[in-house]
Design a protein around this ligand. Structure first.
Ligand code: UD1
Length: 372
């Protein structure tokens, strides 16, 4: 019986929370739900504030694994999750995105023969130096239900030999959270608190190892930002990893010499939405923000050479500029001179993806019952 099926959701890091929240809401009353938080992200402003902003229930189980190397972090999550899976025996485990917690959960479940559904399946940057790319490849190979945000994902999965009956195009679930929160974001005092008028500033996020772990690359990016902030203030909610690297590489004086590059602590979901939805321009190396700016029609310069979200470039406002300082400067000044990229909203980015995910899970159980 569909109503007695138990679905376990595993979240761990900031980009997971806005995907799982609408799914849990759509599944309410339809399935028994258990929420596990691995604790990959643990600072209040990287985790707890998202639970509050997104209306996510407090986790039923918290693993508290914290930060460590990839192997140690993934292994710790796997060891803890195996015990939980054996005790809880969910009928399906739902994982989202491409972080280490997603990988760990998928591996544990596949060995225990517990079905795994992967939301945001089929995305590929084709860059295996990115830890997330390895996570995406492995999770999609072992998942039983692959739910894709755009049709390029379906095509890619078929190319990789995944049987078509496991794959379903459902749309982009992050847009469900965005659409749901837009009105509340208008009430956020973030702009007033920072003394900003809509359309008069840029927003920056930066945390990819490829941008922040090499001193020369990071220094070049900061040099480009120093030039841009002379024309347009840049608000920079800084990831803890990036803050650590700037200090370790002795680059803090560059920030002091750029007064309009304004650092803030990482912001909660609602306050950050208020901020970037009012920006003239977004500069980022995040995955999600490429999509969020496409949905809102805001020019986005992605400081990467590739993206696993190509529809944001082919259909949306996203432009890949890499990390060469001159390319970043030029692209930013193009936007300021009115040559920002225009775009449209991709198919099924309509705020109803979580309903399609709930329906896909119900259909999965029905197929299982029918012995298909
Ligand atoms: C992780 C994800 C990445 C995602 C990002 C969003 C993986 C492989 N990477 O990267 O895909 O885009 O989250 O933020 O899963 N730290 C804190 N407090 C926290 C969390 C982290 O201070 O609450 C610091 C620690 O120094 C830690 C570092 O940030 O070592 C990196 O954290 P980690 O979770 O390993 O990777 P992210 O860079 O956050």
């Amino acid at each position: 019986m569909a109503s007695t099926r138990k679905i376990m959701h595993v979240v761990g890091a900031r980009p997971n929370f806005m995907k799982t929240a609408p799914i849990m809401r759509a599944m309410q009353g339809r399935f028994e739900q258990v929420l596990v938080h691995t604790g990959q992200h643990y600072d209040d402003n990287m985790s707890q504030v998202f639970f509050e902003d997104l209306g996510l229930p407090q986790p039923d189980i918290y693993l508290g694994v914290g930060s460590a190397s990839h192997a140690v972090q993934t292994a710790r999550i796997m060891i803890a999750l195996e015990e939980i899976m054996l005790a809880q025996r969910p009928d399906l485990v739902m994982v989202v995105g491409d972080v280490n917690s997603t990988l760990a959960a998928a591996l544990v479940c596949s060995k225990l023969l517990i079905p795994v559904a992967h939301v945001e399946a089929g995305l590929r940057s084709f860059d295996r130096e990115m830890p997330e790319e390895i996570n995406r490849l492995v999770v999609d190979q072992v998942a039983d239900l692959l739910l894709t945000p755009s049709r390029d994902g379906d095509a890619q999965l078929l190319k990789e030999g995944i049987p078509a009956e496991r794959v379903q195009f459902v749309g982009n679930v992050m847009i469900d959270s965005l659409a749901h929160a837009l009105e509340r974001a208008r009430e956020s005092s973030t702009l007033a608190d920072l003394g900003l008028e809509p359309g008069t500033f840029a927003v920056l996020t930066l945390h990819r190892p490829s941008n922040v772990d090499d001193p020369e690359t990071l220094c070049g990016i900061l040099a480009a930002l120093t030039d841009i902030q002379q024309q347009l203030p840049i608000i920079f909610p800084i990831h803890p990893r990036t803050r650590g690297r700037i200090e370790a590489f002795g680059l803090a004086p560059m920030l002091e010499a750029a007064p309009n590059l304004r650092l803030t602590e990482p912001l909660g979901y609602i306050d950050f939405l208020r901020l970037y939805s009012s920006a003239r321009l977004v500069l980022t190396d995040s995955g999600g923000l490429q999509e969020e700016t496409t949905y809102l029609g805001i020019p986005c310069l992605t400081l990467r050479f590739n993206t696993e979200r190509p529809v944001t470039v082919s259909e949306g406002t996203n432009q890949l500029v890499g990390n060469d300082p001159e390319a970043i400067r030029k692209a930013a000044f193009d936007v300021l001179e009115g040559r920002g990229k225009q775009g449209g909203i991709p198919e099924y980015w309509d705020g109803r993806t979580s309903e399609r995910i709930a329906a896909a899970c119900a259909a999965f159980f029905a197929r299982q019952e029918a012995g298909a």
